[in-house]
Design a protein around this ligand. Structure first.
Ligand code: CXF
Ligand code: ZN
Length: 367
């Protein structure tokens, strides 16, 4: 069948929207009609090569849709089911899965562009195989994905809201609640208040943190941060954010700092703005070849913790429905996250707006 999709052919060049040929789902696979795809900074990182795919790839890893057809051996899903796409497919049997750390499944690694059997479902007019970002590729009208990448949800939820739970909400809220396990009364800094950072702020509110300091260089994003629950805002374009955070915490530093950019400089800032025995949590995906330098003796003598958080340490099928329930109960903002809707053809404009700090989240909607 045919599907219109946003393809990254060349790094740092505009993304091409074109019609591709999509194969039928094989055993264990499901055909999903995409309803909405969030536009996340990691999609742009694929365009720049920071998250590296060595061939043409359809972008998108934050989406929701409706099941159209299922392949052989798919028993848990049927046509008409509403689903969120998870960007991790886990095997369920390896040691990490047994430890309930399914997003760290031994069979998964970033990036993944082909199906579990090693073959491809997408081809362009020249017959070339096209990869799917994170095996899903939500910036396409239709997707064939492994059933492990699906999370069934109630049909009452608007799919454009549910889509955001596929990456930004789960990654940000999960970093605070699951990875760091922030305690009530804590002080928290969030560096980078884009779509994921705003959700780290929401997570800090849910964790009942007392002080939530937003750090960014764009005033508009700091305004978003305040409306999502930040108690203080620091514009790092006009001051040293480490000094500013220390001042706001009586010289001590915060209990937790979340770095949601993926930049060595801001990762070091996160490390430096936590108090002794505090925890710096790195959420942003840095360029795959980048290293970070931390003062090794200081790390020991101050007992600082420096930890990574991938996909909010989530269990997709447990945590995503839970987050939707929090939304229903009015405890989690999803409506306010969506600043602007785009058509698939506007993907390059959506990226430009994201880089300019215009949106909390931009969302591509399909009809
Ligand atoms: C990324 C991580 C690499 C695969 C796609 C999603 N995380 C968040 O944006
Ligand atoms: Zn993402």
């Amino acid at each position: 069948m045919k599907t219109r999709a946003a393809v990254m052919y060349k790094h740092n060049e505009p993304v091409i929207v074109e019609e591709l040929e999509l194969d039928e789902p094989k055993a264990n696979e499901v055909l999903v009609r995409t309803a909405a795809s969030g536009v996340c900074h990691s999609d742009l990182s694929v365009v720049t090569g920071a998250i590296y795919y060595d061939a043409a790839v359809v972008l998108g890893h934050e989406g929701a849709g409706i099941i159209e057809r299922v392949g052989a051996d798919v028993t848990d899903f049927q046509p008409g089911d509403h689903v969120i796409l998870s960007f991790v497919s886990y095997c369920g049997g390896c040691r990490m899965c047994q430890m309930e750390k399914v997003c760290l499944c031994e069979s998964y690694d970033v990036p993944r562009g082909f199906q579990l059997d090693g073959t491809y479902r997408l081809h362009n007019k020249s017959g070339d195989a096209i990869l799917q970002m994170a095996r899903i590729a939500t910036m396409s009208e239709y997707m064939v994905v492994p059933q492990q990448n699906l999370v069934k949800i109630d049909k009452d939820y608007a799919l454009e809201k549910a889509a955001l739970v596929g990456c930004g909400v789960t990654t940000g809220v999960g970093a605070v609640l699951n990875t760091a396990k922030v305690e009530p009364g804590s002080s928290v800094a969030v560096i980078g208040t884009g779509g994921v950072g705003l959700n780290a702020i929401q997570g800090a509110v849910l964790a009942q943190a007392e002080q939530i300091i937003a750090v960014d260089i764009a005033e508009k994003k700091l305004d978003f941060a305040k409306s999502f629950g930040a108690t203080d805002a620091v514009n790092a374009a006009t001051c040293d954010p480490v000094e500013a955070v220390r001042e706001l915490t009586d010289g001590l530093g915060v209990d937790y700092a979340f770095e949601v950019i993926g930049n060595p400089k801001t990762i070091v800032q996160a490390y430096r703005m936590v108090r002794a025995a505090g925890t710096a949590v790195i959420v942003g995906m840095a360029h795959h070849e980048m290293d970070v330098s931390i003062p090794a003796q200081h790390l020991v003598s101050t007992e600082r913790q420096l930890i990574g958080s991938f996909y909010g340490s989530c269990h997709p099928r447990v945590d995503m429905p839970k987050l939707l329930r929090l939304y229903t109960e009015g405890k989690l903002k999803l409506d306010e996250l969506i600043t602007r809707h785009y058509r698939l053809e506007q993907i390059n404009e959506a990226f430009a707006d994201m880089e300019a700090g215009e949106n909390a989240r931009g969302v591509i909607v399909f009809n």
